[in-house]
Design a protein around this ligand. Structure first.
Ligand SMILES: Nc1nc2c(c(=O)[nH]1)N[C@@H](CN(C=O)c1ccc(C(=O)N[C@@H](CCC(=O)O)C(=O)O)cc1)CN2
Length: 291
């Protein structure tokens, strides 16, 4: 059996088309949603993602504000920029692109973002809202994208055993909360988990967000399980570079019921949900009903 391939690129394009119509409708209230993105330093991958975010924001009919700062920017300068964006009425969403240089205290900076504009969903208030099931939560974009991809194959995940590989604040922990909200039984596994392959073999859903190239092997996967690959790893192969996920794709394809590819799986959904969160923030700030 070969797994169904979940086409995140196409699903994200569909989401953005729907969003554009909602943005147009929101525009009738007299406002255009605005997203501010802060990029620090010269990381080439971050520059690509920020360019894609700005382009897709404008394509969706929203305003894009880009702030590029040199690698040597100070914590104080960044804190002041965030405060300025918090106070700017035209800015509905603020995103600080990660990773930040090591001299920056990312936790302090992300906690300075107004929770109402925190379209990355990284602020402790939004993490708390997600954990308590508060619908006002702005939740992290990659986990939202993962849930959407899973539900495109299996709309009702009730009772499924989901194993999340990785416990980051950005993906693993919020994804576990979202899966609980879908009535899954959730296990979070990490680098200290024992017998991780055996654990995965009990899973109906495996989400790999461990940052380890091709860590999940074919014989870890129960036949018919759904596999979501969050990893994006650039590895040297055949004299060049190749993008691979945290899942050994060809092996897992032989056993899984459905699987996301890398590239073209979870990645495009992250930006689609950033745009969704920006509209949600704009609507909540203007007192309109949440999307
Ligand atoms: N503030 C944030 N920083 C980072 C986040 C985030 O959600 N918020 N996530 C990642 C980077 N990221 C968005 O910022 C992101 C990563 C990958 C993709 C994507 O579409 N990837 C393509 C492959 C592109 C390539 O060739 O590299 C794919 O998977 O098809 C979009 C967004 C870390 N930082």
């Amino acid at each position: 059996m070969s797994a169904r391939i979940i086409d995140g690129k196409a699903i994200a394009a569909g989401l953005r088309a729907e969003l554009k119509e909602k943005v147009e409708a929101f525009g009738k209230t007299g406002r255009t949603p605005g997203l501010a993105v802060v990029l620090v330093g010269n990381d080439p991958a971050s520059a690509v993602y920020v360019r894609a975010k700005a382009r897709q924001t404008v394509d969706a009919g929203m305003q894009s504000f880009e702030h590029r700062l040199p690698e040597v920017v100070s914590q104080d300068q960044l804190m002041r920029l965030v405060e300025t964006l918090n106070d700017d009425f035209a800015v509905d969403g603020i995103l600080v692109q990660l990773p930040l240089p090591p001299h920056i205290d990312a936790t302090a900076l992300l906690s300075a973002v107004d929770p109402a504009k925190d379209v990355d969903g990284f602020h402790p208030i939004n993490a708390g809202r997600l954990a308590t099931g508060d619908t006002r939560a702005l939740s992290p974009c990659t986990p939202l994208g993962c849930i959407h991809l899973l539900k495109s194959v299996e709309p009702d995940l009730t009772g499924a055993h989901a194993v999340v590989l990785g416990r980051s604040n950005i993906v693993g922990k919020p994804l576990a909360q979202l899966l609980l909200g879908e009535n899954c039984t959730v296990t979070i596994a990490h680098s200290r988990t024992r017998d991780i392959a055996d654990l995965c073999r009990t899973a109906d859903v495996v989400v790999a967000a461990a940052g380890q190239p091709e860590m999940v092997r074919g014989d870890w996967i129960k036949r018919g399980a759904l596999v979501i690959d969050v990893g994006i790893n650039r590895i040297a192969r055949d004299g060049g570079y190749r993008l691979v996920g945290d899942v050994a794709f060809d092996e897992v394809c032989d056993r899984a019921g459905a699987i996301t590819p890398v590239p073209g799986g979870v990645g495009p959904m992250t930006i689609a949900y950033l745009l969704q969160n920006t509209l949600k923030a704009a609507r909540q700030r203007s007192g309109a009903a949440a999307i």
